[in-house]
Design a protein around this ligand. Structure first.
Ligand code: SAH
Length: 489
């Protein structure tokens, strides 16, 4: 039979939402395609740099853009122009994705097609929240069902049979009928105490999980406003998330310190969300610096950043070799050491600790520090009859970083806010106000855990009306992580 040029359709699974969880084959086909039909649920980054014509056929609960028939027709139409068409679908195409229907429609019309498996959210979303759907000695089977039955269209689920199964139950499309479905399970004899969890947007930047029991999961989901796409997981495997799930921690330090801080957070078993709240705006060193250094025998640094800024000049570095140098904490000391300078560190890594160390040791002190340095520190020393000079090396300013805006927009998905200075707290709240999301941010503070690295930060937080849950004994970022680990398990 002679036929017009016919293209090819690929029914491609895109995974649960994280572009990095797409298969290599899906990336290649996307780059080769002439036309891509995709759903609303996809991360737009998945289609970055792709030359194909992109058509959104997405549907969101209740608001269908195109009917399934419409999509089938469009696939056929595009293929019959000779185009290479990719039909990109969330998760795996053949699991509650209507991929089979599309395949049959193409086959009926004689259009060649290929199906390309994807990472299904039914397994990946629980997994990314710390729930293995099977686990030796806990669950040796998993049942995947749809929670959103279209009345009259499909054979109704036999909840009695499902409840009797044991193993893990995963319910997709489970948000709108959650209460009814859970009630059906309980009515069918499933214990009210069976562990249950909802995983929202698994693998997305703002993934959330709530867990409880069959009895309370529906009210919890309502309280926390869990929305589609989300998955219900029922069974004892849910408990494993207490150990395997990672708490999401917001890292608010300046951009240059994000990587190191994120690596430390990972070491402690947290999942870091990088969101610089502050930036350091360096100031030129004063021209009379040498003269001022000549007047003191002690020099004090209060941050590793200050050390790097002040000592970028070799003149300053050399003149410091004759001074007693004091550093506020181990990181600052380390930065000095890297430049060949020995420094003393107080027992308590704070302004108060520094003050105690300096008293009796020096008659004259020069601080090389931030413009927002603690007034309290200078005043205390002056009162003790010490000559104090102060040079502002940098100013702490709002970061203007888009990652901070993203964090604020998804604040409800953050478990821990780790504040490393009063300015991180101030500028985060300020930015949320500007974006009109202050209420949401405060709700996230209330629902989550708030940590302050030291007293001034904790005081600033209470001034802002934020409850502080954790403050480490030693005022370092690592000690804060350790204290958080202890508190949040
Ligand atoms: N074919 C898809 C499922 C399509 S049905 C797959 O294999 O994953 C759509 C349902 O999948 C949603 O209602 C939701 O229950 C679930 N889902 C899809 N992506 C999800 C995600 N990232 N996190 C949680 N649930 C998701």
């Amino acid at each position: 039979m002679a036929r017009n040029k016919v293209g090819m359709v690929y029914l491609v699974g895109a995974g649960p939402g994280d572009p990095e969880l797409m298969t290599i084959k899906s990336r290649r086909l996307l780059s080769e395609a002439d036309v891509v039909l995709f759903d609303r649920l996809l991360d737009p980054k998945m289609l970055d740099g792709i030359r194909a014509v992109k058509i959104d056929v997405g549907k969101n609960a209740g608001r269908h853009k195109l009917t399934q028939d419409g999509i089938n027709q469009l696939l056929i139409e595009k293929a019959e122009t000779g185009a290479v068409v990719v039909r990109l679908k969330g998760g795996d195409p053949y699991l509650f994705g209507r991929g089979g229907e599309e395949a049959l429609a193409l086959q009926e019309r004689g259009i060649p097609f290929e199906v390309v498996p994807g990472v299904t959210s039914s397994i990946a979303a629980p997994e990314l929240a710390g729930i293995p759907v099977t686990h030796r000695g806990v669950a040796s089977s998993v049942t995947i069902v749809t929670g959103h039955e279209e009345p009259g269209k499909e054979a109704p689920l036999d909840w009695n049979a499902i409840a009797a199964l044991g193993g893990t139950l995963v319910v997709l499309m489970g948000v709108s009928r959650l209460e009814k479905n859970v009630a059906s399970l309980i009515k069918a004899g499933k214990s009210r105490d069976t562990p249950a969890a909802m995983v929202e947007k698994g693998g997305w930047k703002d993934q959330r999980m709530i867990s409880g029991t069959l009895e309370n999961i529906a009210s919890l989901a309502q309280e926390k406003k869990i929305e589609s796409p989300a998955i219900l997981v029922v069974g004892d495997v849910v408990r494993l998330a207490e150990k395997l799930g990672k708490k999401r921690i917001a890292i608010l330090r300046p951009a240059a310190q994000q990587k190191e801080a994120a690596a430390e957070a990972l070491q402690y078993g947290f999942s870091p969300v990088m969101a610089p709240a502050i930036a350091l705006s360096e100031k030129p060193l004063p021209i009379d610096l040498a003269e001022r250094l000549g007047k003191v025998e002690c020099v004090a640094f209060t941050s590793a950043n200050g050390v790097r800024m002040a000592l970028s000049s070799s003149d300053v570095l050399n003149s410091l070799k004759e001074k007693k140098i004091v550093a506020i904490g181990p990181k600052t000391m380390q930065a000095l050491k890297e430049l060949g300078l020995e420094a003393e560190v107080p027992e308590e890594y704070s302004s108060a600790g520094l003050e105690r160390l300096l008293k009796g040791k020096c008659n004259g002190i020069l601080f090389l520090r931030s413009a927002q340095g603690s007034r309290f520190l200078s005043d205390g020393l002056k009162a003790a009859g010490i000559y104090v000079d102060d040079i502002a090396l940098y100013e702490t300013v709002p970061s203007g970083d888009s990652r901070l805006d993203e964090l604020i927009e998804m604040a409800k998905s953050v478990d821990i806010f780790a504040f490393t200075s009063s300015s991180t707290a101030r500028f985060l709240v300020q930015r949320a106000k500007t974006l009109g999301l202050e209420k949401e941010l405060y709700q996230a503070f209330a629902d989550g855990t708030v940590a302050a690295i030291g007293l001034p930060t904790a005081e600033e937080l209470s001034r802002l009306g934020v409850r502080v849950d954790v403050m480490p004994e030693k005022f370092t970022f690592e000690a804060m992580l350790a204290a958080l680990k202890e508190k949040t398990g």
